[in-house]
Design a protein around this ligand. Structure first.
Ligand code: CFM
Length: 540
């Protein structure tokens, strides 16, 4: 059945915060926003979760080691800490990689950790760390070894940077560097992204000046190849004649990251996790960045056109149009089949720092409405837009450039476009060095909730009874016991890819199977049980 009447959002907000103590209610009120795409309201984001609230968030270590560095296959990533952090970040993100030859290094399937014991906590763990680095070097002779600090490392004061420097000097042919990404830093995994970006920029980018073949070279930023997403983008790029110079960091190699400064454009998928890299590459080397989105068939077509417009080459533009024409019919065919069954249904998306936005495109292609959405750890610019909407303050850590003392490199700085050319592209509606954000694209009066709590998600489900809820594995089974299917947008529930044209088809089919599965109607949600027992007691 199609839903056209939605609950009154201000009443919903009241209900969500009514059980909280006054101080908590006041704070949460600033993160629960009624959307207006015309004049996007301010959202409180990237602030500390109130202790005691069950949040969906992860930690700084997860953002640094798991998210940004994790997908690079030929770097040995050593977790310095007790074994749990290493173990639980061992391939659980489903980031895939494809070595070009059998001889190419691939350490992704390994889990490296110093496995700190009580003794190391009491007497210090640096010695054990250096032994671990030596062991990794002797066994694998990798191009690079990265060290990731877990919470106790910061508490006891092990200097992972000094240990890394010492070992790097000793080896001579292996780049060793550390990250102070203790889980408690910042308020979420977002701090870890920032730390990772700074470290990669400092220790890797610019070490390899190789000029790759290809007329249109771009870096794919913020695409991590979850469920093979980057493979589908690569397939499409190859057809169009676009070359991925380096990928941050799905299906990437050390060599690629070191070569990032040789591209002509940074195409950013996930702005939240990698915007720092975009800014730094622009400042130091003159490479502009552009927001793209390959989640959704229409969005993929739009993104390809944006990229072609940026390069401004007639042949490329023609080829892009050909590819779109070739790819769209199979997408259209599936949409035509599925749309009558999905149209009018509703979705809620609470995930990460970019997918809660991007996946709305796929749902709207299925004729479904997003009634509420929010990020776990994004910043205001991911909601409200960055540099495109008037009167909205940018909080995209532009300070970062000054703090790291990043200036144009006199040898390698080469503006890829003149100021006039950039202005011209902007006039054509291309988002150059800017991002519109989630709210501009969401329905008026939809709810936007930052860092949603477990309690709030249950309440929202009770009030809206959405046809599908999108979050992660921690939420999945609780939500499904309420009679609502949950699609994992982090791991894709073992599915994917969901990018590009073939990915869109995969997603349509998966969602059709979920929202039209009769099994959900056989489950009684808690509120249905109460309603029934009340009815019974009334009639008794
Ligand atoms: Fe970017 Fe990501 Fe996301 Fe993210 Fe993540 Fe992820 Fe995510 Mo999970 S980098 S912000 S820290 S798109 S791991 S691949 S799915 S929360 S929405």
């Amino acid at each position: 059945e199609s839903k056209t009447q939605f609950p009154d959002p201000s009443q919903v907000r009241e209900e969500l915060i009514e059980k909280y103590p006054a101080k908590v209610a006041k704070k949460r009120n600033k993160s629960i926003i009624i959307n207006d795409p015309e004049t996007v309201p301010e959202v409180q984001a990237n602030v500390r979760t109130v202790p005691g609230i069950i949040t969906q968030r992860g930690c700084s270590y997860a953002g640094c080691k798991g998210v940004v560095l994790g997908p690079t296959r030929d770097v040995v990533n050593i977790t310095h800490g007790p074994i749990g952090c290493g173990f639980y970040s061992w391939l659980t993100r489903r980031n895939q990689t494809k070595p070009e030859t059998d001889a190419d290094a691939n350490f992704i399937t390994y889990c490296f950790s110093t496995d700190m014991q009580e003794e190391n906590i009491v007497f210090g763990g640096e010695k054990k760390l250096k032994v671990a680095i030596q062991e990794a070097y002797d066994l694998f002779h990798p191009k690079a070894i990265a060290i990731f600090s877990t919470c106790p490392v910061g508490l006891i004061g092990d200097d992972v940077h000094a240990a890394s420097r010492e070992m790097k000097e000793k080896f001579g042919d292996c780049n060793v560097f550390g990250f102070s990404c203790e889980g408690y830093r910042g308020v979420s995994q977002s701090a870890g992204h920032h730390i990772a970006n700074n470290g990669i920029f400092k220790h890797m980018v610019g070490r390899n000046n190789e000029i790759k073949e290809g007329k249109f070279k771009l870096n794919l930023l913020g695409e991590y190849n979850i469920g093979g997403d980057a493979f589908e983008i690569e397939r499409i790029f190859n057809k169009c004649g676009l070359t991925i110079n380096s990928s941050f960091s799905g299906n990437s190699t050390v060599g690629q990251l070191e070569n990032a400064h040789m591209a002509d454009l940074n195409a950013i998928m996930c702005h939240r996790s990698i915007n720092y890299m975009g800014d730094m590459l622009e400042t130091k080397y003159g490479i502009p960045w552009m927001k793209i989105n390959f989640i959704g068939a229409e969005s993929s077509a739009k993104s390809l056109r944006k990229i072609a417009e940026y390069f401004g080459d007639a042949e490329l533009k023609a080829r892009v149009e050909e590819v779109i024409k070739e790819e769209m019919p199979k997408v259209k065919e599936v949409i035509d089949e599925i749309l009558p069954r999905t149209s009018g249904k509703t979705a809620m998306l609470f995930v990460g720092g970019s997918r809660a936005h991007h996946y709305q495109d796929l749902f709207s292609e299925l004729g479904m409405t997003t009634v509420a959405a929010g990020y776990e750890f994004a910043h205001r610019d991911d909601y409200e837009g960055r540099e495109v909407l008037p009167n909205i303050k940018v909080d995209a850590d532009s300070k970062n450039i000054e703090e790291l003392k990043i200036e144009a490199d006199p040898e390698l700085y080469k503006p890829r476009k003149t100021e006039a050319e950039l202005e011209e592209l902007k006039a054509k509606g291309l988002e150059i060095n800017s991002y519109e954000g989630m709210m501009k694209q969401m329905m008026k009066k939809s709810l936007v909730v930052d860092d949603i709590s477990h309690y709030e998600s249950e309440k929202l489900i009770e009030i809206y009874k959405p046809d599908i809820f999108c979050a992660g594995v921690k939420e999945k089974y609780v939500v499904q016991k309420m009679g609502v299917p949950l699609k994992q947008l982090h791991s894709y529930d073992y599915g994917g890819p969901y990018t590009g044209f073939e990915g869109a088809v995969n997603f349509y089919r998966d969602i059709d199977r979920m929202v039209n599965n009769p099994v959900w109607k056989l489950i009684k949600a808690p509120w249905q049980k109460t309603a029934d027992s009340e009815k019974e007691s009334l009639s008794a």
